[in-house]
Design a protein around this ligand. Structure first.
Ligand code: ADQ
Length: 477
């Protein structure tokens, strides 16, 4: 079995102390590395006066990590700049927030080159290289320039936008062309994969050559790359196990006590404009004003962890949400009822599982989301004998797999408010029927299945000059 080298912006394998707070993705990648005995390389999160390319190698939770420090200017231009002020908003359909500055492009290119240069001595000829996410789109090109002939895969955790949108990005041609240096590109769903294929065909002048199952081969300028849909999942078994922990039970009991007979609606998100939180609050306000019988009978617990607070758009959304939740509470609260409990804390996974379980509705209404793992966690946390109802945005990648949720347009407050109302009064038999189907999907398509399907597809990719083990059927045929 080949060794696996994972390269991502941040490197966060959980150690014993942080296992409860680690995200599902970090757990999954760490588990993959333990299995394939590989290395995880990326930015340490630390800044240095001037870049040296010095790596610090550590063993964390059974995984070898290699970390490199970046300069302040790198962090501003590459991370806060091109990644989070250009690509993130544009790929989430927020052209109004996307900023285009030459210095961001330059910083992004510089850091990708620095990553390639630094990781190079760690790469052995048979290693599989797996690059994660939008921070590192041109990394394969930088590695190829330095003579790396290994199989290199890329997974995009966020949506790939429609081709009209991507063409707004200055120098989009260079960015996409660089992606042809990967052997395999994974997207969260067929819509992102197909949007990428559309770009290749209709903007770049390339073609779709062949397809088999979730994989399509596209070609451009004499290079071929496999593109595929690999929807990410959660560690469902671990999440279900967490429900049996004392901490999860404690949180469940605490929520049931504090519910005081009311029905709870829960939202859990990174505090990000893509998550549609303002519209969520306004939909909930509409629910209260249209349904006076619900006053004092329901409440919304919104957990929102602040993130990327060096970027102005994140400071703005944060103060907007403080204002909107305050206004709604001011208008509707009574001496012993607050309609929105708005919390900015981070919770452990076991604590979250107890909170989800106590909620009658899981409200997941992003304006755009690559996948959205909260939708899957909410389902995994439910009591099979009395499951809650998932209200899910049609613009979350998860909607393609979770059709038994109440699927809504998150921009329509009426639709969201009606779906919450419907969920609150849904008969037990229908709740069970929907939940069983959803839970089956969450268990089947878990994070291990995601990881294995990607790594297997990458292993099966012929290296340039090699024949494919089995060539997908021709598109023309
Ligand atoms: P994110 O945008 O971060 O991820 P998401 O998929 O919802 O979004 O994952 C968030 C994770 O953070 C969940 O595991 C959730 O439990 C956790 N979390 C959120 N708030 C928390 C809190 N207050 N305390 C503790 N934990 C909290 C990106 C893409 C997504 C894609 C993932 C994985 O934007 O679309 O699903 O990567 O590919």
């Amino acid at each position: 079995m080949s060794r696996l080298i994972i390269i991502s912006n941040r490197v966060n394998p959980p150690d014993d102390a942080s296992v409860g707070t680690a995200g599902g993705l970090a757990m999954a990648l760490a588990a993959a590395l333990r299995e394939y005995s590989g290395i995880w390389f990326g930015w340490s999160g630390q800044k240095t006066e001037s870049f040296t390319g010095q790596m610090s190698m550590q063993r964390v939770g059974g995984v070898t990590v290699a970390l490199v420090d970046l300069e302040e200017q790198d962090v501003q231009e590459y991370y806060n700049g091109y990644a989070n002020r250009t690509l993130w908003p544009l790929f989430h359909y927020r052209m109004d927030l996307a900023e285009y500055e030459r210095s961001f492009d330059e910083g992004y290119a510089r850091v990708n080159a620095r990553f390639a240069e630094t990781v190079l001595p760690l790469i052995e000829p048979d290693d599989l290289i797996w690059v994660q996410d939008y921070h590192l789109i041109p990394l394969a090109r930088e590695l190829r320039r330095r003579g790396v002939a290994n199989r290199i895969g890329f997974f995009l955790h966020i949506p790939w936008p429609a081709r009209r949108l991507i063409t707004i990005l200055p120098r989009h041609e260079t960015l996409v062309e660089a992606m042809l240096d990967y052997d395999l590109i994974g997207f969260q769903g067929a819509d992102s994969r197909d949007a990428f294929g559309d770009y290749i065909e209709h903007v770049a002048g390339g073609e779709r050559v062949a397809s088999e199952g979730p994989i399509t081969i596209v070609s451009l300028n004499g290079k071929q790359v496999r593109i595929g849909a690999f929807p990410i999942g959660i560690d469902a078994a671990d999440f279900t196990k967490a429900l049996e922990s004392e901490r999860s039970r404690d949180y469940f009991t605490r929520m049931v006590d504090s519910r005081a007979g009311r029905q709870m609606i829960v939202g859990v998100d990174r505090l990000d404009y893509s998550k549609g939180l303002e519209d969520r609050f306004l939909s909930y306000e509409l629910l209260l004003s249209k349904n006076p019988d619900l006053l004092e009978k329901v409440f919304l617990l919104q957990v929102a962890t602040p993130s990327r607070d060096e970027v102005a758009a994140y400071q703005e959304i944060r103060s907007k949400l403080d204002m909107v939740s305050g206004r709604i509470n001011g208008a509707f609260a009574t001496v012993d009822w607050v309609p929105i409990r708005y919390v900015n804390h981070v919770y452990r996974r076991d604590e979250l599982s107890g909170i989800y379980r106590a909620a009658a509705i899981g409200l997941v209404t992003p304006h755009r989301d690559g996948m959205n793992l909260v939708a899957k966690e909410y389902v995994a946390a439910q009591d099979p004998d009395d499951p809650g109802v998932l209200v899910l945005s049609e613009f979350a990648g998860a909607a393609a797999q979770m059709g038994e949720a109440l699927i809504v347009n998150p921009f329509s407050r009426e639709e969201v408010s009606d779906a919450i109302r419907r969920g609150l009064t849904m008969p037990l038999s229908e709740r069970k029927r929907r939940w069983e189907i959803l839970m089956h999907g969450v268990q089947e398509d878990d994070v291990e299945a995601w990881r294995d399907s990607f790594v297997k597809a990458l292993e099966a990719t012929p290296r340039s000059g090699e024949a494919a083990p089995s060539e997908p059927r021709s598109m023309a045929g």
